[in-house]
Design a protein around this ligand. Structure first.
Ligand SMILES: [Zn+2]
Length: 237
């Protein structure tokens, strides 16, 4: 049977991304149903699809409900997808896999080639301590820069920023206008970092996770749920 729906390349990207974390189950159902489901370890999203629909129709349904799915996925705990290849010599940086090249003769600690996704380093980045130090240094630069750019944009007066490794949170905002950000965010894409930063900045206007808070946050950063979900798919905290 011919496909009913045609998608652009961008739409295919969205559909592929949604299929990374939405579990599709076929059955004798009358209509589509999206459901949040929970087992011992995970909270996932299942799409129950009537058997008579082909993949093209399912894709169209996913696309149409993308916003809703991102929102459902916000509090989910998906089984994590590992982006790194099995072999050494690769690391995650700003949401991409980078090849590591060790060159003791380099005239600076690191050289980051964002076009070809290569990090050349004076120190062996296959050693965990060196890698952690790289992440710490880059997080201090990138996260701080993004934070102050958004603070300026929204006219918010951030007093202090702490970028550390926190075991159980991506960020926090204290009543004294100090913002804390997890340095591990440097592994995630810049848009995910932006989403977390805007979440914390929104707390300067609305301290609690109320309805008003999420409305304020979405006004500040309309793609919040879409951009945040990367953490739930790829990162363990
Ligand atoms: Zn919060």
């Amino acid at each position: 049977m011919a496909d009913l729906y045609n998608f652009t390349d961008d739409e295919y990207c969205i559909i592929d991304f949604l299929k990374k974390f939405v579990v599709i189950k076929y059955g004798n159902f009358r209509s589509f149903k999206l459901k949040k489901e929970k087992d011992k370890y995970y909270k996932i999203i299942t799409l129950y699809a009537p058997r008579l629909y082909n993949e093209n129709t399912i894709d169209a349904y996913l696309l149409k409900n993308a916003y809703n799915i991102y929102k459902m996925g916000y509090k989910c705990n998906f089984p994590k997808i590992n982006l790194l290849p099995e072999s050494h010599n690769y690391m995650l940086y700003l949401g991409n896999v980078y090849k590591i090249i060790h060159n003791q003769l380099l005239d600076k600690p690191y050289y980051i080639d964002n076009t070809n996704n290569i990090i050349t380093s004076k120190y062996n980045l296959n050693i965990k301590e060196n890698q952690d130090l790289f992440y710490k240094k880059q997080a201090a630069i990138v996260l701080q820069e993004r934070l102050y750019q958004y603070a300026e944009k929204f006219n918010l007066n951030v007093k202090n920023v702490k970028i550390r490794f926190y075991k159980s949170m991506w960020g926090a905002c204290c009543s004294n206008k100090t913002i804390m950000l997890n340095e591990k965010l440097i592994l995630s894409p810049i848009y995910t970092i932006d989403a977390v930063i805007c979440h914390e900045l929104a707390h300067m206007l609305q301290p609690n996770h109320s309805k008003d808070f999420y409305q304020t946050l979405e006004n500040m950063y309309p793609d919040y749920y879409k951009d945040y979900i990367w953490l739930n798919i790829y990162m363990k905290i």
